[in-house]
Design a protein around this ligand. Structure first.
Ligand SMILES: NC(=O)c1ccc[n+]([C@@H]2O[C@H](COP(=O)([O-])OP(=O)(O)OC[C@H]3O[C@@H](n4cnc5c(N)ncnc54)[C@H](O)[C@@H]3O)[C@@H](O)[C@H]2O)c1
Ligand SMILES: [Zn+2]
Length: 381
């Protein structure tokens, strides 16, 4: 299956190529954008480099490019100003000019950091997103949000900066540890819970008008005992990824900079998730695991506010449990501290903490402001 979609922007269109098994054909597409002898700086992390770094670099060299590789440490702590500076210094020493480009080859950490390096180097040079985790393929590589963490402020420094194009090979994600794969599935489940609202807001363009709904597709996946075995997802992965990509591109095309409220729908579960992540010091919970907890809390809050049935809440919990995602937070995550963190969230408004909450049916959400903090405390306790 070869899929191509694109984000439409006023000034630019961002092609998204979904090409199973064709990572190395990236070099051919590069030739349609950049002439040979262009300098390409691959930014990657140590794990991804070990798996495919050399093969990718060789294929680009064979296409005639001058290829450099910079390897950052593995993990969230690399998404910081000091690593950013080291990438930029490396680019400067390699002599990258504004005609050259960076390639973000890795998960969301590499993608966010490299995109921000590209956004700022010489006031902005091209970059290409080549996401390798499920989370990055369905979410972080799309939409142009790039940045680094600023001390304790997650994504405290950043920009909206679109890549020249996005090249994704869904077969790469089968190399992920199961825990990372499941974390990506939490975002896929999130998309299934906002799908109807996105379709309605975007006027249901053909790329989004799928039957059955994404939630039903996920329900039909049979998970073998023990884990989300990658084989059981083999056939479904491509469909899951392309459907999430279609949803996110539709949203970003209409609300690139989160101004109309549409892009905010992608934050379902995230007000809770960010607080859980921060309170656990970004140590014990992966982002997708925090999202899983956040989806449960958002559904429970919607239920006590009276616009989502408790049986729907149970259906969502069952879905998350099927993919072995956490649904009950550790008791050490104290409710009062969580609320304090939520008040500081970027999404907090003058009218209290802002939530995106399920609304009436699975697939539908609405933005809710001014929720009584006692009710929030109620579901956190
Ligand atoms: N920009 C956005 O819109 C956006 C959206 C969501 C999340 N994010 C950011 O994304 C980051 C999380 O991304 P992530 O979950 O991809 O984490 P990550 O980049 O840390 O990758 C997770 C782990 O998987 C490894 N890995 C990557 N590809 C692999 C592969 N194919 N096989 C085996 N191992 C592989 C990495 O080395 C790493 O150890 C966070 O910083 C988050 O803030 C950004
Ligand atoms: Zn997320």
């Amino acid at each position: 299956m070869i899929l191509k979609t694109e984000i439409e922007k006023s000034a630019q269109t961002v092609p998204i190529h979904i090409r199973p098994g064709e990572l190395l054909l990236l070099s051919e597409v590069c030739l349609t954008h950049y002439p040979p002898k262009t300098k390409l700086l691959i930014v990657t992390d140590a794990i991804v480099k070990e798996l495919w770094g050399q093969a990718l670099s060789e294929s680009l060299k064979q296409a005639g490019y001058l290829v450099y590789t910079y390897t950052i440490p593995v993990g969230e702590s690399a998404k910081c100003l000091s690593v950013m500076e080291s990438v930029l210094r490396f680019a400067l020493e390699a002599g990258l000019s504004r005609q050259d480009a960076m390639i973000a080859f890795g998960g969301g950490v590499v993608g966010d950091l490299t995109g921000f390096c590209a956004a700022t180097y010489f006031r902005g040079i091209d970059y290409i997103q080549v996401p390798t985790t499920l989370l990055a393929q369905v979410d972080s590589a799309i939409g142009g949000k790039v940045g680094v963490n600023l001390h304790h402020a997650k994504n405290g420094l950043g920009a909206f900066y679109q890549p020249r194009f996005i090249w994704m090979d869904p077969t790469l994600v089968k190399h992920l540890p199961c825990r990372q794969l499941r974390a990506g599935l939490a975002e896929v489940i999130k998309y299934s819970l906002i799908e109807t609202s996105i379709q309605e807001a975007c006027g249901s363009p053909e790329s989004l008008s799928h039957t059955p709904p994404l939630f039903t597709v996920l329900q039909k996946i049979v998970v073998k005992e023990e884990a989300v075995e990658k084989d059981c997802l083999d056939t479904e992965l491509c469909e899951l990824i392309s459907r999430c990509v279609a949803l996110k591109t539709a949203v970003v095309s209409l609300d690139e900079q989160e101004k109309t409220g549409l892009r905010a729908l992608l934050n379902l579960g995230h007000t809770f998730a960010h607080a859980y992540e921060e309170l656990s010091g970004y140590q014990d919970l992966l982002h997708g695991e925090a999202v899983s907890l956040g989806l449960v809390k958002a559904a429970q809050l919607a239920s006590i506010l009276g616009h989502f049935s408790s049986s729907h809440v149970e259906t969502i919990i069952a879905m998350l449990e099927k993919f072995q995602l956490p649904t009950v937070p550790s008791p050490s995550l104290e409710p009062l501290k969580l609320i304090a963190l939520m008040r500081q969230d970027k999404k907090a408004t003058g009218n209290g903490i802002r939530f995106v909450l399920p609304d009436s049916d699975i697939g539908r959400v609405r933005i809710v402001d001014g929720v009584d903090e006692h009710q929030i405390l109620n579901i956190l306790s």
